[in-house]
Design a protein around this ligand. Structure first.
Ligand code: COI
Length: 355
């Protein structure tokens, strides 16, 4: 499919201080748009000036939340080239989310090309500052003007871009995480593995209550027994117990993170034992009491590698590694960001250059 390009006549001023970008506040001059209509399929791929979207107040996405999204980044390397990190994995996952949410499948290779084209148009927006990158947000939503409940016949696919810094205001400093015991994020047979708006809406109440207690994020337990650890919502979670790296198994209610998968691959390539298995919060607390809980960290596109300094479970507050980043977390941070920003050789073949 051809991608038509219409350039803006009124480009915006780019941020002058890239150390103060924050996350997801600023948007570039252009966006990618594509339509889907039953009978016609995906059509009219175009790059157009960034603008508001016109929707009927009856648009189905507004009422029943038929929406999916992705998150990836473009990085500027030291020699000035721009590259993406495993974009094929994002579009593969987007089709898995689409299948669960009864949204039409996309052509993964075409979407990688469309993303490269959009980033090429917006190349000057890719930050030059260490630690900052261009966050890429592809998303699809149902647009039929209809308030009955059924899968839609019409969709919009958009990609917007946001020059961003660290997701957490603490940067690489350890975050405080609250183990949620009242609310749940996902249940067996639900949508936990899909990247869909509903999973994030459902997390807000717990996050709000955690914030009130001065905790940044919520660690979700399984939706049946509230015993097994699942994920944080904005990132997957890892524990280092007695030298072994452990992350919860993908049982269907956990997002299959691309940074999660990459972190496991990096650990294994360095001979570090890295295991995916079910792990209970009791096991983590016991390891803490026995002095065996060496490190806790989260992984995500936005979160990168985020060390966890405090974990609160009921009345028990666990201070991990003296509230300092641990050896494995630091190694993963250095390796992942090293590959992403082209500071170390990409021996895995994960990066994709923008022409
Ligand atoms: C990402 O890491 O890209 C995500 O989509 C998480 C989101 C909460 C920012």
């Amino acid at each position: 499919m051809e991608i038509k390009i219409e350039l803006t006549k009124t480009p915006k001023a780019k941020p002058t201080d890239e150390t103060k970008l924050g996350f997801g506040h600023i948007f570039t001059d252009h966006m990618f748009v594509m339509n889907y209509d039953t009978g016609e399929g995906w059509h009219d791929a175009r790059i157009v000036p960034f603008d508001n979207v016109t929707l009927s107040p009856a648009a189905m996405c507004l009422h029943y939340g038929q929406e999916i999204f992705e998150g990836l980044k473009a990085y500027r390397t030291a020699d000035g080239t721009v590259q993406l990190f495993r974009p094929d994995e994002n579009y593969k996952r987007m089709n898995v989310s689409a299948e669960r949410m009864v949204i039409p499948q996309i052509d993964e290779e075409f979407m990688v090309e469309a993303t490269k084209k959009l980033v090429e148009v917006e190349k000057d927006w890719v930050p030059h500052t260490d630690g900052a990158s261009l966050y890429i947000r592809p998303f699809i939503f149902a647009t039929d003007p209809y308030v009955g409940v059924r899968p839609a016949d019409h969709y919009l696919f958009l990609i917007i871009l946001s020059p961003s810094g660290a997701y957490y205001s603490t940067g690489l400093n350890p975050v405080k995480i609250y183990v949620e015991q009242k609310y749940v994020r996902a249940v067996r047979g639900g949508t936990g593995f899909a990247k869909t708006a509903a999973n994030y809406a459902i997390s807000l109440k717990g996050q709000d209550e955690a914030h009130a207690q001065d905790y940044e994020q919520v660690l979700w337990l399984d939706g049946v027994e509230q015993k097994y650890i699942e994920e944080v919502g904005s990132m997957n979670i890892f524990f280092v117990i007695d030298g072994e790296v452990i992350t919860p198994l993908l049982t269907g209610s956990v997002l299959p993170g691309i940074t999660r998968k990459s972190a496991l691959e990096v650990c294994r390539s360095k001979g570090i034992k890295a295991t995916e298995r079910r792990i209970t919060i009791e096991e983590v607390a016991k390891a803490y009491d026995e002095g065996k809980l060496d490190e806790v960290f989260g992984t995500g596109t936005a979160a990168v590698i985020s060390p966890v300094g405090h974990l609160k479970w009921g009345d028990k507050v666990m201070t991990i590694n003296d509230n300092k980043i641990g050896k494995i977390s630091q190694m993963l941070y250095d390796t992942m960001t090293g590959i992403q920003w082209g500071k170390i050789p990409d021996e895995f073949g994960w990066t994709v250059k923008i022409d």
